[in-house]
Design a binder for this molecule. Sequence first.
Ligand SMILES: C[S@@+](CC[C@H](N)C(=O)[O-])C[C@H]1O[C@@H](n2cnc3c(N)ncnc32)[C@H](O)[C@@H]1O
Length: 343
Amino acid sequence: MMARAATPVEAAPARHVPVLLSEMLDALAAERGGVFVDGTFGAGGYTQGILAASRRAHVVAIDRDPDAIAGGAGMVLKAKGRLVLVPARFGDLDRVVAEAGFSDGVDGVVLDIGVSSMQLDEAERGFSFRRDGPLDMRMERDGDSAADLVNRASEAELADVFFHFGEERRARAVARAVIERRRKGRIETTGELAELVAGLVRAEPGGIHPATRVFQSLRIAVNDELGELVRALHAAERVLRPGGRLAVVTFHSLEDRIVKQFLAVRTGRAPGLSRHLPRGEAAAASFAAVTKGPVAASEAEAARNPRARSAKLRAAERTEAPPQEPLTALEALASLPDKGARR
Ligand SMILES: C[S@@+](CC[C@H](N)C(=O)[O-])C[C@H]1O[C@@H](n2cnc3c(N)ncnc32)[C@H](O)[C@@H]1O
């Protein structure tokens, strides 16, 4: 157990600016103290905020990126026993919590979905179309890279990835162009792919870069991001104590739809599917809403930090009811498309 004399924790020198930080701390009711899971440690901005909100707060922080874990070593030391930082996936957060010694459950779980500024800024990680580097995108630096996917998948599989995970309207045309381009040799760099996409997808004046959606879709597929999110929501339902809070920040519509749908079912606002209850009988709500609809960044924050413009926060409080059955509809949404897109 980590219960020790509390020490104020200094701010880490982070290049990633946390989004919706005070709104997230309010949603978690972090000032009450307790045990919190930060499933997306990144540069530790959220963890730092939780530790500073109460001297009685302890954090089990998780990140699948070895660079984020290494970068957090100083913060762990400064937290003097109030922070454990674990290299893992947030989809396994209930196992991580149990292994950290908190088998009685936790008081809060927060997820800040997506990539960090550090990941985007390093050309060598291959996440950004703005920086030429290897077409990698693996958060864990392990398994198949985006280049493996782009150079191996069939035209139909690529079109599915671009369409379902990127909501790219020109998905088929881009997939066809990738297959044609492969005849000349492998696509190895972010620059090569960004150039190919920019030749097909029209840039809208003042809009996003034409390659944004294709890059997003590959990142989601390479890291199974939607599957991870669905597993994490179910894991949070299992580990949160009654009165414990779940807060999730998302940056694009697919992720937000998953969180919204999960909470709609769990709070009893949408029908759940149960194989065990008589038809028409709903399972007891396992969450109560904390936020009414999505919370967005203030104008001031959006002006300071452009990343905050698309952020949405949703939060809910765990009830006494047992965890419900896994959401099959959600899993179907999260597992699209599965042919060749996964490791
Ligand atoms: C947006 S950043 C989090 C920033 C953090 N809230 C802060 O204030 O510094 C997202 C982080 O989550 C990590 N991540 C993404 N998917 C993950 C997963 N399935 N399991 C664990 N970590 C994940 C990424 O590696 C990245 O470091």
